[in-house]
Design a protein around this ligand. Structure first.
Ligand code: ATP
Ligand code: MG
Length: 690
């Protein structure tokens, strides 16, 4: 072993045991599970383990590291680099570059499929559909099968896709999934089966894969012994973070990669499992030890290094009340006199004002905006705060909400590139052709249909005479597609051509074309960071950048900005100060109507995840009035909210219980009245009814 391993001294004995597990005894050893509570250093330990493996001679190009987001993967690579560089003295970036297989399950899957495409009968030019494209294709197929008749109340395209995805990811049975998760769609079992089979066929004819396919095809590849051996043979070590949020399909891929568990390390926290709505199952982590003979080694960590004792005590108390038992009792040496704050405010407007005031105050105290975060249950809940931040000119970035790429004009341009990449991609083609004035669904559908099974689909398009009312634009598009198809210009110059064609159409379509033009410039900048069109499209589809306050894509790294994030997207991260919005029944837990115990418990874990993101300051905010969007006959309305049931009266003493703005008891009674609402349109309609 090398002498200077100072980084090991910073770890506690259990962490060190996890880092050193099997290192130095020759080949990769048996499987390892690190199961431990929030902030106990799981991710940090995993980074140290990877670095330690490399320092001890493991080839970083043969290490597969899977994390929950691309952001988490690059953060992890940077950490590994920092640790390993101390010892190895390598040039900066060398380790990160060599650690090429760090990413999400989906990202890694896409890459493996592309590299092995010829062996599994997949055209390597396949393009990837994001959820929206997938829903569009599902809709198209639904239409073709005559299932979209509004009167029949057949499930919407979104629901169809959700059912399909659930069945695939849980590796379950359609009828079972319908019965347990989508009971109101159970009567459509046969039609759905037909729809899904046509959907799969459509994807194959068009040479597109959806997100689920990236896992499904990967699993298919692993089901063939020879292929499995080849793929598995690429990696000596496989390590996975946040294992509690993987689904069956992911665990089956993992077990196929390392059937005996040699060189396999997974870490996670069962108390933080929050993705069951995407078919993740906590059983994966609980069953991991016994999936192997001999069983996996288990290491637990119980010292929390993140939060102060009062914050940790409050979070522990919340999860303590869970019906399931989690065997961890976290402790910390970070003493503090400051309890977390339980802040009652009048409504969401006051909530936004409170947050902004505290955030600015904390920044005055020397904590930059970037070290502060505001967390919420659902993306739409940050609306009033976004308004207040914009009004006060405070920059922010929002994670897990609207993506930069969701904007229509960006999607247009990307569809164009995707169509050039894969001319069979019907959803992309459909979008592009209809950008042309005078071209509708019928004429575009006809061309695309003709392209589907042609040996050279691009040629078919280029030879198609323009529909009567679209002569000029059509010819330009044909020329452009030919040019993009031949790839002579190279990347990212191709994007320049695409833009040149698109911008006049954009000006024609959108009033605020100037603003949108800035976005396109931003897109060009992002594009410059990718070596090829294919890499650019794949990565952006799988993990698009988040929207910023000025809607112009990725913020510059040296800017300071506040973090807004859904709790789901905040997983694994930490901030000095954290505000949790709308901690009221109806929001956390979200759905009181249908909430089974199982769903309710997941909501409790969600609050636990939110609270454990805070290092020094935690504000849990309870608006007394809360706006809900409802699809029921009541429409949107304010409701009088109760503090979340997950913080019952008995837990309140763990917090500083404050009312903001400070009010006298007399004025509290004045809080109640909701704004007057009258339904004038109903009155108008009523005028004509008998
Ligand atoms: P989560 O469950 O939220 O993902 P985690 O268990 O992955 O949390 P980390 O994010 O790895 O925890 O670590 C939490 C914090 O504790 C980080 O700031 C990390 O640097 C710090 N930390 C971890 N281990 C140690 C240690 N041995 N000494 C000092 N700080 C540590
Ligand atoms: Mg972590």
């Amino acid at each position: 072993m090398l002498a200077n391993l100072a980084y090991l001294d910073k770890l506690n004995p259990e962490q060190r045991r996890a880092v050193e597990h099997g290192v130095g005894v020759g080949a990769a050893t048996g499987p390892l599970l690190v199961i431990a509570g929030a902030g106990s250093g799981k991710t940090n330990t995993l980074a140290h383990r990877v670095a330690h493996l490399i320092v001890n001679g493991a080839d970083p190009r043969r290490i597969l590291l899977m994390t929950f987001s691309r952001r988490a993967a690059s953060e992890m690579s940077r950490r590994v680099e920092r640790i390993a560089a101390q010892v190895m003295g390598t040039s900066s970036g060398a380790v990160t570059d060599a650690l090429a297989w760090a990413g999400t399950f989906h990202g890694i899957g896409a890459r493996l499929l592309r590299e092995h495409s010829s062996q599994i009968g997949l055209d390597p030019a396949f393009t990837i559909h994001d959820r929206e494209d997938s829903a569009d294709l599902m809709n198209l197929v639904r239409h073709e099968l005559g299932l979209s008749d509004a009167k029949s109340r057949f499930p919407t395209k979104g629901t169809c896709l959700a059912i399909y995805s659930r069945v695939v990811n849980a590796q379950g049975d359609l009828d079972e999934v319908l019965k347990t998760v989508f009971p109101w769609c159970a009567m459509w079992g046969d039609q759905l089966r037909g729809l899904f089979s046509a959907y799969v066929e459509a994807k194959q004819r068009q040479n597109v894969l959806d997100y689920d396919d990236l896992l499904l095809y990967w699993a298919g590849m692993m089901a063939n012994p020879a292929m499995a051996a080849e793929v598995a043979g690429r990696f000596d070590h496989v390590l996975v973070d946040e294992y509690q949020d993987t689904n069956r399909l992911q665990s089956s891929v993992l077990l196929a990669l390392k059937p005996e568990g040699r060189g396999l390390t997974v870490v996670g926290d069962d108390a933080q499992s929050i993705y069951s709505f995407r078919a993740a199952t906590v059983r994966n982590i609980l069953d991991f030890p016994v999936a192997f003979t001999p069983p996996a080694d288990i290491i637990t960590l119980d010292r929390n290094y993140r939060s102060t004792q009062p914050i940790l005590s409050a979070a522990n108390a919340v999860i303590e009340l869970a019906t399931e038992r989690f065997t961890k009792n976290l402790w910390t040496e970070r003493q503090s006199n400051a309890k977390p704050q339980l802040v009652t405010v009048r409504d969401e407007t006051d909530q936004a004002r409170y947050v902004v005031e505290r955030v600015l105050e904390t920044r005055e105290g020397g904590t930059p905006l970037k070290s502060q975060a505001v967390l919420f249950r659902t993306s739409s809940h940050s609306g009033p705060l976004e308004i207040e931040l914009t009004r006060r000119n405070i920059p922010f970035v929002k994670f897990g909400g609207l993506k930069f790429l969701d904007a229509a004009h960006i999607k247009d341009l990307l569809a164009l590139l995707r169509w050039a990449e894969n001319p069979r991609d019907r959803v992309a083609g459909f979008r592009v052709l209809q950008l042309l004035p005078g071209v509708g669904p019928a004429s575009s559908g006809k061309v695309l249909e003709a392209m589907l099974d042609a040996p050279d689909p691009l040629r078919v398009f280029v030879d198609t005479p323009p529909p009567p009312r679209a002569a000029e634009g059509w010819k330009d598009l044909q020329e452009l597609m030919l040019r993009l198809g031949q790839r002579q210009a190279g990347w990212p110059v191709e994007l320049g051509y695409a833009r040149h064609w698109y911008e006049p159409l954009m000006e024609h379509t959108y009033e605020d074309a100037l603003v949108r033009q800035a976005d396109i410039l931003q897109l060009e900048q992002i594009a410059g960071g990718y070596p090829s069109r294919e890499k650019f499209l794949t990565e952006l589809t799988l993990d698009p950048p988040d929207a910023t306050s000025d809607q112009s894509g990725v913020p510059l790294l040296d800017e300071d900005y506040l973090i807004l994030s859904t709790i789901h997207s905040a997983k694994g991260q930490e901030w000095k100060a954290v505000h949790v919005l709308n901690v009221v029944d109806g929001c956390i837990p979200s759905d009181l109507g249908t909430g089974s115990t199982h769903e309710l418990e997941e909501e409790r874990r969600l609050l636990y995840v939110a609270m454990t993101r805070a290092r020094d300051d935690l504000h849990v905010i309870v608006p007394q009035r809360f706006f809900v969007t409802q699809q029921s006959q009541h429409g949107d309305r304010h409701i009088y909210a109760q503090r979340s049931r997950f913080i019952p009266r008995a837990l309140v003493p763990l917090f500083d219980d404050i009312l903001w703005p400070a009010v006298t008891p007399a004025s509290i009674t004045g809080i109640a009245p909701a704004p007057v609402r009258i339904d004038i349109s109903a009155q108008m309609r009523g005028m004509w009814s008998k």
